[in-house]
Design a protein around this ligand. Sequence first.
Ligand SMILES: *Cc1c(COP(=O)(O)O)cnc(C)c1O
Length: 437
Amino acid sequence: MKYYSTNKNTPDVTLKDAVVKGLAADNGLFMPEQIKKFDPSFFEEIQNLTFQEIAFEVATKFFGEDIEEATLKEIVYDTLQFDCPVVKVTDSIYSLELFHGPTLAFKDVGARFMARLLNHFLGKQEKMVNVLVATSGDTGSAVANGFLGVDGIHVHVLYPKGKVSDIQESQFTTLGQNITALEVEGTFDDCQHLVKTAFLDEELNKKLVLTSANSINVARFLPQAFYYFNAYARLKEAGKLDGKELVVSVPSGNFGNLTAGLIAAEMGLPVKQFIAANNENDVVFEYLQKGEYNPRPSVETIANAMDVGAPSNFARILDLYDHDHAVISDKIKGYRYSDEEIREVILKVYNEQGYLCDPHGACGYQSLIEYLSEGEIGVFLETAHPAKFTETVENVIGKNKLTLPEKLAEFMKGEKHIEQMSITYADFKNYLLNSTN
Ligand SMILES: *Cc1c(COP(=O)(O)O)cnc(C)c1O
């Protein structure tokens, strides 16, 4: 299948090129030229399939023309070595827990899939493939863990010194093997600048194979559709959807996760309504209300993975619905919450339902409380484990109420290996030329 750019100013590319390049030459985002639909009968039997089986069916619709069946199956099954269960919170609200992967956030699904796909496309060449990733915290750990131990690929994680949490830092500095962590004497923007300059450096690109593992990559973005299908199957299996309609709320920042859900719906998944739940970074909320899109600098909130002022994947949403505001504001309902409101929700759900939300999931939960009517079942995406935000969450529910999951505790015990890096590009280039071949 071919992939076109949302800017429509550059020729279509193959899946391999879309994955290796990440971003289209005209700075647009890649989209599949066709979204294949399931036969309605698929949804009558879907509850009889496992998560891995469902994901393989979905992956075949996306990638079946480009990857041999056995290989694709291996990539899907190997990616999904953990569950994404649907957990009851109230009689009509369920949490789709996406935090059972290695770094306890939903980005594990896309990052693990992309690592395996990249290895399939590039792993057999003689030269080492270098993945460069700049992170403000969470992306670095998902990408590093996703690529850990994958042959023929070396990951270089750049992060701003002193600006990521201890938990986040330990998740990408303790791995060793094919992962190198570079602590940059600067800000996240400085890290991003070093990476972008390296991609544009012709001399460097002649000598080394460089690629990005940005969240806009189709290999990270499309596999996120898997767990929407599985959520439907598991609710159907439990008899919760009999005569009821499904509403799905997605805590959104860069809007990749929500866009994958919208694509699942285009493939036939029966969802009555999608909700975009935001914190105070509300440019898309504003667009949905008024039809005006005004990206602006992000503001800091306690749901910091959604602190995005110019969401990349909004271009994909516009493209999917032909830039039609009436259609888009019908397909997506917007809600937004202040830090104060998020804290209140975490406490209320904890006290009344005995369920602990992280700050992102809390936005999703509350939007369902406000939206749902009789005859509807709501699912919100619990995008990260609350322990990833221990300080915020314990400030709300009380000290020492949270037990660190085994996986996080393991990371904290590991020894950190960190290389220092200045913000001078020449230093970074030297490092790349000397550390890799
Ligand atoms: C990345 C992230 C989000 C936002 O997801 P998008 O796909 O960028 O909208 C929400 N919650 C958590 C915990 C995240 O890490």
